[in-house]
Design a binder for this molecule. Structure first.
Ligand SMILES: Nc1ncnc2c1ncn2[C@@H]1O[C@H](COP(=O)(O)OP(=O)(O)OP(=O)(O)O)[C@@H](O)[C@H]1O
Ligand SMILES: O=C(O)[C@H](O)[C@@H](O)[C@H](O)[C@H](O)CO
Length: 267
């Protein structure tokens, strides 16, 4: 078995006990997306076709210092989770995807991990409560950790800012301080990586702007009349460690630039 297979098998066995099938699908989708984006970057850089990804056998000699700095080692040193948070309609999915493109990190949309019962409840216009959100938040943390484990030993692709970003971007409302604690790994049982550093990008916006966006948004289960409960539930993360605030009146590009400026290179 090569290292890729070992990694995939480990993630699968890890995931099967702690992470849903949907999460496994998302991780595998990311592998595909990352492979495509690496290929595109490679082609753009040297005008040639793709080169196979560099996969390291864990029994090989330790990597040179320069390689160690640009790949996730077996303890996932250098990797981090970046959570994009805010109430409904702030642009978490939009910014999360844009950040993933800019940094070549994989992206997990927390909405894709809601159990059907949560989606049904929100579709009926009923706000979620702590007991609905806590198991979902644990699933998000475990999926993010599994996604990082899946990258162990792989070289990160250099982003336009020259930084090789390691880890995963997650979009999740993360409305309360206790929810963010779960996303940071507090009290969540995982097989490893309890200390994977977690940063928060806070999308901050005024009610009127968000309401206008939600009213105009088509085909989404979360309707505009849910905004009030979202804002009532929100506990601002400002003042907590590792938080970058961006406002919803900034363009997505400006938001990406701000996050890259603050978090680029730090881990
Ligand atoms: N920076 C921005 N400027 C203007 N419009 C934006 C910006 N970011 C996102 N939008 C728009 O706002 C709407 C909500 O964006 P998005 O779905 O990404 O938000 P969200 O926080 O993920 O929402 P939800 O949590 O309800 O799924 C979309 O129509 C999107 O195109
Ligand atoms: O914590 C929550 O109440 C949920 O995460 C919501 O925020 C929705 O999932 C999201 O807004 C989708 O529209």
């Amino acid at each position: 078995m090569d290292w890729l297979t070992v990694t995939a098998a480990r993630v699968h066995s890890y995931s099967s006990s702690l992470v849903s099938d949907n999460a496994i699908r998302i991780i595998h989708d990311h592998r595909h997306i990352m492979a495509s984006s690496s290929t595109a970057t490679e082609k753009a850089r040297n005008g040639r076709g793709p080169t196979p990804p560099t996969l390291r056998n864990p029994n090989d000699a330790p990597p040179s210092p320069s390689l160690r700095a640009t790949s996730i080692n077996r303890d996932a040193t250098g990797a981090r989770i970046i959570v994009v948070m805010g109430v409904s309609g702030t642009g978490k999915s939009t910014l999360g995807r844009a950040l993933a493109r800019a940094t070549h990190m994989p992206f997990i949309d927390g909405d894709d991990l809601h159990p059907a019962t949560n989606v049904a409840k929100m579709t009926r216009g009923e706000p979620l409560e702590d007991e609905d959100r806590l198991p979902w938040l644990e699933t998000i943390r475990r999926t993010a950790v599994a996604c990082v484990l899946d990258q162990v030993g792989e070289e990160a692709v250099e982003a336009a800012d020259g930084v090789r970003w390691l880890g995963v971007i997650v979009a999740c409302s993360s409305l309360k301080k206790t929810y963010r604690a779960v996303l940071r790994g507090e009290g969540v049982q995982t097989l490893s990586l309890q200390s994977l550093p977690t940063y928060v990008v806070y999308l901050k916006g005024e009610r009127d702007v968000l309401l206008a966006r939600m009213v105009h948004r088509q085909g989404h289960f979360m309707k505009a009349d849910m905004l009030a409960s979202q804002l009532d539930t929100l506990e601002s993360p400002e003042g907590e460690p590792g938080v970058v605030t961006v406002t919803v009146d900034m363009s997505t590009e400006e938001q990406v630039q701000r996050v890259v400026q603050v978090l680029g290179g730090s881990s």
